[in-house]
Design a binder for this molecule. Structure first.
Ligand code: 7RM
Length: 632
């Protein structure tokens, strides 16, 4: 049985052991899984070449651990509870037995199409059980899924397909988000025009939308499933075989294809799910993220299923048909563990308490947050109005690259402190470094957050670009993993993550690279150059502020700004549209021509007096002009 830590004392002793006897510790955790062959070496390699490996020599299939091994004891237990966008549509309950049949059948279908171990498969689907079935089937046959969030544009899908050289696509006709239809197949069609590598595109009929099925390329999900058996022997995978690629934004260049491998990710997502949420058998668990982000991968699909939990999937948005929907869903399914993002909490808080009237929420035991720092006010509101002051809140800090939660309290077991992620998870050793890369050993500290040693869930590489992987994460502070986050540590050793220290902004918990937005804006013919920075936003945490200089000057400014928004939506996706655009006569630059984002950041934050010395700039005069524009 996997160890569930149940007291502060136990956390402290186990934590100490997990650091001092790391290999022993993880080996004992890994013993609780179904292996086709046991590993030979728990850990090898290091950060210098980023060649660390976990459970080397082991053979397994993650889906046998997610599904098959639960069947004997609780095959009839609900694995996935599905709540549709529209509350009048029939909901669905999928038992572990049914999930097993569906995944086996779809795995057979994928193999019949010719998909092989090691092939990369792009998935672009709504939040429906078939999305989980598609990803699990990929894992079952040993292919690598690359899921693209349903909010991304055709261009972004095409970029990701090309980068990962996907030969296969899995999508659906479309879905509704609230009362708005989303035509996924049309978006995919546009993307695939630029993707000759795609051999077949599998289309699920979710909404009966018209689809233009391209002969020789497009096949219906139901057609390929038809004659396939519901029995399937899972592929034998090595511990370090790739499981999935997930694109994430960084400070420079195009999004990186972060790659996770099989065994380490499995062990880590299972163990963190169990201990952070203190999941108990028979509890109903709901994470409101989209499976297109890492939170959905680890804590809607893999982590919960690996623990044999019942995981709820909601297709819609929090405000449909009204802002009371989530509370209704919690009461309807008697949800015990609820995991969401601070931005959602702030939006719900802004609606006042009327949508909570008549909702009991008494099934709730544990609340969680993820994606961005949570401000104290939102924390208190969540604690009081949703948790009724009796549910512990776990503020979970982690990243696409970490695979699972690295810093968080364990619900009801270790102390909480509003706006602090608190203590490191077992086996995780955080440290804080100053600007020179020197570790700050004092207990009270502020600086950049690094991690000293590898943990099993850590990403292994950037797909087909290991150099970039090393460059991004392991060279800033040699010998450590650099997270890109700033942080503080208090007297009790609690960590408070203060936000990104690089050119990444976090809008409603979505990671967006400023360079990506700039590149999109620069596609406008009238734009000479642009600089994008984040600024504090009441609901979204951070908003996007774009400074653009134009040549020629746009005649109609309102029209111009609209065009810029359209371009960003088209090239990246609607969620990356700037909240504010200012046209300026020039951007502040150093003598060597580098745009001084620091100055623009201060101005965007309204800290007009804190821009610092500008006299050494190439063009100090623009600073005053920009300040005036932003103030006005
Ligand atoms: C899981 C996820 C990662 C970035 C990370 C942080 C920020 C995430 C918290 C947080 C403060 C938290 N993956 N972040 N969780 N900041 N407190 N509890 O979000 O790759 O999309 O983003 O998100 O800046 O570096 S992610």
């Amino acid at each position: 049985m996997l160890q569930r830590i149940s007291s502060l004392k136990e956390y402290q002793t186990t934590y100490k052991n997990s650091i001092e006897q790391s290999e022993n510790f993880w080996s004992e955790v890994a013993d609780n899984f179904l292996w086709k062959k046991k590993w030979e070496k728990v850990f090898s390699g290091g950060f210098e070449k980023a060649d660390y490996k976990w459970f080397e020599g082991g053979k397994l299939n993650i889906t046998e651990n997610c599904i098959d091994r639960h069947l004997e004891k609780f095959g009839n237990k609900t694995a996935i509870l599905w709540e549709p966008n529209n509350p009048t549509e029939q909901n669905r309950k999928i038992s572990y037995n049914e999930l097993h049949e569906a995944v086996c059948q779809f795995s057979n279908a994928l193999e019949k199409l010719g998909i092989k171990k090691g092939d990369t498969v792009c998935i672009y689907m709504p939040m429906i059980p078939e999305l989980a079935i598609a990803m699990l089937s990929c894992a079952r046959i040993g292919s690598i899924h690359s899921i693209v969030f349903g909010g991304f544009s055709a261009q972004s899908i095409a970029d990701r397909i090309q980068d990962a050289e996907c030969k296969w696509m899995i999508t659906a006709d479309g879905c509704y988000r609230g009362d708005k239809p989303l035509y996924l197949k049309k978006i995919v069609d546009e993307a695939l025009e630029k993707c000759p590598s795609i051999q077949k595109s599998i289309v699920l009929n979710r909404s009966n939308f018209d689809c233009n099925m391209k002969a020789d390329r497009d096949v219906w999900w139901s057609d390929i499933m038809k004659d396939c058996s519901t029995k399937h022997e899972a592929a034998t995978m090595d511990s370090e075989d790739p499981l999935f690629i997930l694109y994430t934004s960084g400070s420079t260049g195009k999004p990186k294809g972060v790659l996770h491998t099989t065994a380490g990710y499995m062990v880590y997502s299972t163990y963190t799910f169990l201990n952070v949420f203190q999941y108990q058998p028979e509890q109903i668990y709901w994470c409101t993220a989209d499976i297109g982000w890492v939170t959905g991968h680890s804590y809607i699909v893999y982590g919960p299923l690996l623990n044999g939990a019942t995981t709820l999937m909601y297709e819609g948005i929090p405000q449909f048909p009204d802002w009371g929907r989530w509370w209704e869903v919690i009461d309807k399914y008697k949800v015990n563990i609820f995991y969401t993002a601070p931005t959602a909490i702030r939006s719900l808080e802004a609606q006042g308490l009327k949508f909570l009237e008549g909702k009991s929420l008494e099934s709730l035991r544990v609340l969680g947050t993820v994606g961005e720092p949570i401000n104290e006010e939102a924390w208190e509101w969540y604690h009081k109005n949703i948790g009724k002051e009796k549910c512990p809140i776990v503020d979970t800090w982690w990243q696409t690259e970490t695979g699972g939660i690295l810093i968080s309290s364990l619900a009801g077991v270790t102390p909480v402190k509003p706006s602090f992620a608190t203590l490191p998870f077992l086996g995780v050793e955080p440290l804080i470094v100053d600007a020179n890369g020197k570790e700050i050993k004092e207990i009270i500290a502020e600086g950049n957050l690094c991690i000293r040693k590898s943990w099993p869930g850590q990403a292994r590489t950037v797909y087909k670009d290991h150099e970039r992987f090393i460059q991004t994460y392991f060279t800033t502070y040699p010998g450590m993993y650099f997270t890109g986050d700033g942080c503080k540590r208090d007297y009790d050793g609690n960590y408070r993550i203060t936000g990104r220290v690089d050119d990444v902004i976090n809008v409603s918990g979505h990671r967006i690279g400023t360079a990506e937005v700039e590149n999109a804006i620069n596609e406008h013919l009238d734009v000479y150059e642009s600089a994008v920075v984040g600024f504090p936003h009441f609901i979204k945490g951070q908003g996007i502020f774009a400074f653009v200089s134009c040549e020629p000057q746009p005649k109609d400014i309102i029209l111009f700004k609209q065009e810029v928004l359209n371009i960003v939506a088209k090239i990246i996706g609607p969620f990356a549209k700037p909240d504010r655009i200012e046209i300026v006569s020039g951007l502040p630059k150093t003598r060597s021509g580098k745009i001084m984002r620091r100055i623009l950041r201060k101005i965007a934050e309204g800290e007009f007096d804190k821009v610092g010395d500008v006299t050494t700039l190439l063009n100090p005069e623009v600073v005053e002009e920009i300040k005036k524009k932003v103030k006005g």
